[in-house]
Ligand binder design. Structure first.
Ligand code: MG
Length: 356
């Protein structure tokens, strides 16, 4: 095979000889041959593809160490390489959002709209875990739990195709993982719920539906969308707040003062929902936006947890030391130890300060 000189390779790959020497020293792109005497580098024509990939990723601003990992994956598992690029880009966008907020604060200070130089907010990130468990009495698991770079979600399916329904509503939200929507987070999530609803209509199994409680991370805020009796809680400074309101008959009776909280616990219509995503026309999800603080811990869960484990015990469990993975495992154990009458889905996400 004819080898290309570094000059010819540089022109073909649009990488400068200086860059090529740097990539060689970093092990990103090793020349096929280095002349012992002159030290000249030579490249095979089939190395052009890797060189172009390196150039492309440099242009995206990806750090060199990560470029190496993506290039190695690109050969054997292009789909995983694609995921790495998507994950990098999600981080880059989150960082940009945080910098945009910093710039806005500083501009308003310099324009005399603020009296004090604002203390820069630390950059935030989320650490998360998700799991769903069949419990001890059901023969199918119709709950779905999901946590990714940006999306956190639990869904409790019901009816003949409940598993498919809960999986489908979360699937409808997953495109939001890829790139932050250009417009409002809340509108994007409402659109995704509408998509999920028409998806279930296409599924065409009457009586099948799902709840949905999902949050989308923007880098500084979490957008919440909620339908049904799955729930979201926020643990902040040791206190646990329920930040969703059940769309259930029992909750409505409670709100109207027609039953007491004690009666609600054993009410025969406890599982009857006022709203679900079931393909019968777009539901009216509750939506809200939450400012994130370092140290916040979010829990999304299905009624398989909340009907058998008290809020106090949930709070104690979430306050105990441990990462999100351990917290999820512990909550599922608690529900099973309490009899595990239903499927259990849990997502735990911690807001942490990231490198800045
Ligand atoms: Mg359930």
């Amino acid at each position: 095979m004819e080898l290309l000189t570094i000059g010819a390779f540089s022109r073909a790959s649009r990488l400068s000889p200086k860059a090529l020497r740097l990539y060689d020293s970093l092990g990103l792109l090793t020349p096929a041959h280095v002349d012992q005497v002159s030290g000249y580098r030579f490249y095979r024509p089939d190395q052009l593809e890797r060189a172009r990939l390196v150039a492309w990723l440099r242009r995206l601003g990806m750090p060199l160490a990560r470029i190496g990992a993506v290039c190695d994956l690109a050969l054997e598992a292009p789909d995983r390489a694609a995921k790495q690029v998507a994950a990098y880009w999600a981080e880059a966008e989150a960082e940009l959002v945080a910098r945009r907020a910093l710039a806005a604060d500083l501009i308003s200070y310099l324009n005399g709209e603020e009296n004090n130089v604002p203390a820069p907010q630390p950059a935030l990130a989320i650490r998360y875990a998700a799991r769903s468990d069949i419990g001890r009495h059901r023969d199918r698991n119709q709950d779905t739990a999901y946590a990714g770079q940006r999306l956190l979600a639990v869904a409790d399916g019901m009816g003949a195709a409940g598993e498919a329904a809960s999986a489908a509503v979360i699937e409808a939200l997953k495109p939001l993982e890829g790139a932050l929507p250009a417009g409002s987070l809340l509108n994007a999530m409402q659109d995704a719920v509408r998509q999920a609803d028409s998806g279930l209509r296409d599924l065409g199994v009457p009586g099948t539906g799902s709840t949905l409680t999902a949050m989308l991370w923007s880098g500084s805020q979490l957008a919440l969308v909620h339908v049904g009796d799955t729930r979201a809680y926020l643990l902040r400074a040791g206190e646990l707040f329920q930040i969703t309101h059940d769309h259930s008959v029992v909750q409505a009776l409670l709100d109207q003062g027609k039953i007491t909280p004690e009666e609600a616990e054993s009410h025969p219509q406890r599982s009857l929902l006022l709203q679900a995503i079931d393909g019968n026309g777009p539901p009216q999800p509750d939506v809200s936006l939450h400012d994130a603080q370092a140290g916040d811990r979010y829990l999304l869960c299905s009624d398989g947890l909340t009907t058998v484990v008290s809020v106090t015990v949930i709070r104690d469990s979430l306050t105990a030391p441990g990462d999100p993975e351990q917290a999820v495992g512990h909550l599922i154990d608690l529900a099973n130890e309490a009899g595990g009458p239903d499927n259990i889905a849990c997502v735990v996400a911690d807001v942490v300060e990231s490198r800045s």
